[in-house]
Write a protein that binds this ligand. Structure first.
Ligand code: GDD
Length: 391
């Protein structure tokens, strides 16, 4: 893949946001192109891919879509499936494990599958700083909660980078492209603390009845981006539209960044990654004279616009409203938002999603003081549900 090297960036304290870079060539086959573009040679590409663990969160998705995602993730990257799928009535989880087991056997790929509601997590996590992640029966439901488990497993596997790709992607080709964008972007960032977030050219859903409509902007993303840009514009007193990927489910980062970031639960997770960085490394540094834990390097955030449309499952208006409230709730409860912005967020939720309550405050988890290797080894040795291709 060749990416256009972004020529502009905006700085907020120690957080550097780069303008969106486009995919110039989807498959450069190791050729490096001309100046102004960045691509990896074949060996470098293989090297970064093998150091990037890809986490796939799954909760009762269409098995056909799930399998397409698993087959599309490039083989050198270790695969981590974190599932919260049902185990009663239809044992969807056992189907997911079977898909991964068969494909691992055929390809030799390194893969780990864990279940979020596995009781084995309770004993292991209750002894750690992550005990708030459990609710008595397992790890709490929530996409963010699942992603935290993915980060722990990625660290246990020794990965240098961790990427996230949703399991309800109906186009395997787009999954290949996300992975290539992660590898190329992370290598281009050349930084200890870096992140690559995907901006979709078009989004579409596989609807129950209607025709597929390719939207230029995701329904929730367009609001979270605009609210976050409004907050930054006010704080810096210079208008900005730099944030294009506030809700990006498909994103990747260096493991050093992942292990130091505080994480939010449920659908607050992606927005909180940005907001917590902006709080601690911009607001607290510039307006309160504090130091940020990513100093002196700072954090680089790349945004890549891929070519494939993002086609995923339609889950209805209520789902969208919940996601919007959880995501916008992150900004609403942050010092980034002043009282005017809070009013705007409430209005936006009512007008667009018929959501009248105060948006929820995100549940936040700190993983900085836990030992991922110990947690995951203990979990795998006691779990009766997990699958590890190497055991
Ligand atoms: N492990 C786990 N646990 N996975 C979950 C859970 C959970 O509790 N809830 C959802 N998932 C999985 C889904 O199976 C899917 O693969 C992925 O997380 C995204 O969840 P969806 O419910 O399909 O979200 P969406 O497609 O509407 O929204 C996605 O895109 C948004 C941006 O447009 C998500 O990635 C959002 O987080 C993102 O903001």
């Amino acid at each position: 893949m060749l990416l256009r090297v972004p020529s502009k960036f905006e700085v907020f304290g120690l957080v550097k946001f780069y303008e969106v870079s486009e995919v110039i060539s989807l498959n450069s086959m190791g050729l490096s192109g001309a100046s102004g573009v960045f691509g990896l040679g074949r060996d470098e590409l293989y090297d970064v891919a093998s150091k990037t663990a890809i986490v796939v969160p799954a909760k009762d998705e269409d098995l056909w879509a799930f399998e397409g995602v698993i087959r599309a993730i490039p083989l050198p990257s270790p695969l981590i499936v974190v599932s919260a799928s049902s185990r009663e009535h239809v044992d969807v989880y056992s189907h997911e494990v079977e898909v991964v087991r068969l494909l691992s056997r055929l390809t030799g790929r390194r893969a780990v599958v864990v279940h979020q509601r596995d009781p084995a997590w309770v004993e292991v996590l209750s002894k750690t700083g992550l005990r708030s992640l459990i609710d008595g029966e397992g790890v709490r439901y929530g996409k963010g909660e699942g992603m935290i488990l993915g980060v722990l497993v990625a660290s246990w596997l020794g990965a240098s980078y961790v990427g996230f790709i949703d399991s309800d992607n109906y186009l395997p080709g787009s999954v290949v492209e996300y992975a290539l964008a992660f590898y190329t972007g992370l290598a281009m960032a050349e930084s200890r603390y870096s992140m690559v977030r995907i901006a979709w050219p078009y989004k579409g859903k596989l609807p129950a009845t209607d025709e597929v409509i390719l939207r230029k902007k995701g329904r929730v993303s367009m609001h979270t981006n605009s609210v976050l840009n409004a907050a930054l514009s006010k704080l810096r007193r210079i208008e900005t539209e730099i944030v294009k990927t506030a809700n990006s489910g498909e994103h990747a980062m260096s493991i050093e960044l992942a292990l130091r970031l505080p994480w939010a639960g449920r659908y607050a997770v992606e927005t909180y990654e940005l907001v917590s960085l902006l709080e601690s490394c911009y607001v607290n540094v510039e307006f309160r004279g504090e130091t940020c834990s990513f100093a002196p390097d700072g954090v680089k955030i790349l945004q890549v616009e891929t070519r494939n449309p993002h086609i995923h499952a339609e889950k209805g208006d209520e789902h969208i409203a919940r996601m919007a409230a959880e995501s916008l709730g992150v900004v609403y409860h942050s010092p980034l938002a002043d009282s005017d912005l809070k009013v705007k967020i409430r209005e936006l939720l009512i007008t667009n999603y018929l959501y009248e309550d105060e948006p929820p405050r995100p549940r936040v988890y700190d993983i900085v003081d836990v030992d991922p290797r110990k947690i995951v080894s203990e979990y795998l040795s006691s779990s009766k549900l997990a699958f590890d291709s190497q055991s």
